[in-house]
Design a protein around this ligand. Sequence first.
Ligand SMILES: [Zn+2]
Length: 302
Amino acid sequence: MIGIFVLLVSSGVSGTVTGWLIRSVLAANSTPHEPTIAQDQVSPVRPAQNMMPFTAQVSGQQVHLLQQQQAERSAKAAADAEQQRLTYSVPKQFQGVTLQSAQLKIARDAIALTFDDGPWDTTTDQILDILAQEGVKATFFWVGQAVQNQPEVARRVVNAGHAIGNHTMHHRYDSMSAADAADEIETAAQVFQEVAGIRTKLFRPPGGYLNNGLADYAMNQGDTVVTWSVASSDTDSTRDAQTYVHNVLSTIKPGGIVLMHDGGGDRSKTVEALPVIIRSLKAQGYRFVTVPELLRLESDGW
Ligand SMILES: [Zn+2]
């Protein structure tokens, strides 16, 4: 019935004709247990504010205007939601600071998985598949060069609803001038915007080095510098996947931020360890949120 109404309204049928047809439809759809709506009960109807009048003379132009306003409101709401989704904003208290984990009082089951140095050929997609199967959202700290190499993979990470952070353009460890630090971070940000349409204020310095100029620049820009509280040590290729699992399980705490890698080298052992890590932590009662979600929990007193 609503479909018929919408169809009539959109085809510009005048209000009186629309009202007549609606009464007919109401009568036709009435069950035997419902009293049939008498004509004089329905008409005239004083239209409530913002409601489509049934019997008032509504011109095609007015209907069109109402439809246009409705469409504009919907478009704005969708744009706002999209903007929030693609900026990964964090509460004000965490802007311009460095943190390793969240301090949670109530939601002590919440932790965040993070993956650095991607997007990467094959392993990032394998990790995305595991996260999807397990219903887990994570945070990826991207290197600008890697995004340039794997733009399609980057877009898949964003579309899967994971959060993104900046991990510089070239993954340098050395001390650098403020101008170089700005270049490393801003060039990467520009690549992320161009390739995946995102803007992030989350930053993780390569290697976790906080004194080579990068973290200072990021904090001056109001970025949240996110290190980690739990190291899987999955860049140590001399160890096996079971060691990565042990490293995480032996050091995890509520509000913890776990460091892993989807890129920067052969990460097949990370892919091997990840399902075991997720299932073991779930069995301990943990649940997985993105870094912005984790910080919102702390900010809201959870
Ligand atoms: Zn890194």
